[in-house]
Design a protein around this ligand. Structure first.
Ligand code: AR6
Length: 179
């Protein structure tokens, strides 16, 4: 499903983010950029060692929660990987919504800086980091919509949801936005 914001589209897809051919794909990283499971493991496995070599060299101090850094995409179809660090869910009163929104908008800003017209996101923080799925859908899609309303770029923002439950949660929120 798709929703238009200005001249841009927000689109939902189900599947594996490593297969996306958007200009950029987003990694759900940790603040040490040390690799891990979930999306992070899948991206480093599919993209090859050059991605970690580049992030180790360029960002030895890692990346703070709520921010993102860019690397090339190794063997992946995308041109760039933006490594975003979402918050660990601690009950919702530790700034999690703002930090999650900021992880998304940092990537959208990087997309503009790197001249990317399309970007694919996973559902940041909803795996190991434990962010409740329905809240993540609402907070993530609101951040994306507000960014596109202000900047009118990038042209395509795709959310790639791994399983049908996550797809359903994001679809419910996006349907409400379309009304
Ligand atoms: N494509 C798309 N979505 C995926 C894929 C995939 N290949 N694999 C998993 N998901 P997670 P987080 C979904 O845990 O919660 C790592 O170890 C998954 O079902 O990857 O931000 C990092 O190094 C879930 O809905 O990211 C960090 O330490 C969503 O992607 C930590 O996990 C995010 O799950 C980050 O945790």
């Amino acid at each position: 499903m798709q929703v238009r914001v200005n001249n841009c589209l927000i689109e939902l897809a189900q599947g594996d983010i490593t297969h996306q051919d958007t200009d950029a794909i987003v990694n759900a990283a940790n603040s040490r950029l040390a690799g891990g499971g979930g999306v992070d493991g899948a991206i480093h496995r599919a993209g090859g060692p050059s991605i970690m070599e580049e992030t180790d060299r360029k960002y030895p101090a890692g990346c703070p929660t709520g921010a993102a850094v860019a690397s090339a995409a190794g063997d992946l179809k995308a041109k760039y990987v933006f490594h975003a660090v979402g918050p660990v869910w601690k009950g919702g009163l530790s700034g999690e919504p703002e930090l999650l929104a900021s992880a998304y908008t940092s990537c959208l800003q990087l997309a503009i800086e790197h001249d990317c017209s399309s970007i694919a996101f996973p559902a940041i923080s909803t795996g190991v980091y434990g962010y409740p799925r329905d809240l993540a859908a609402e907070h993530s899609l609101t951040a994306i919509r507000d960014f596109l309303a202000e900047y009118d770029r990038p042209q395509l923002v795709r959310l790639v949801l791994f399983d049908p439950g996550a797809y359903g949660a994001f679809a419910r929120v996006l349907e409400d936005m379309a009304e």
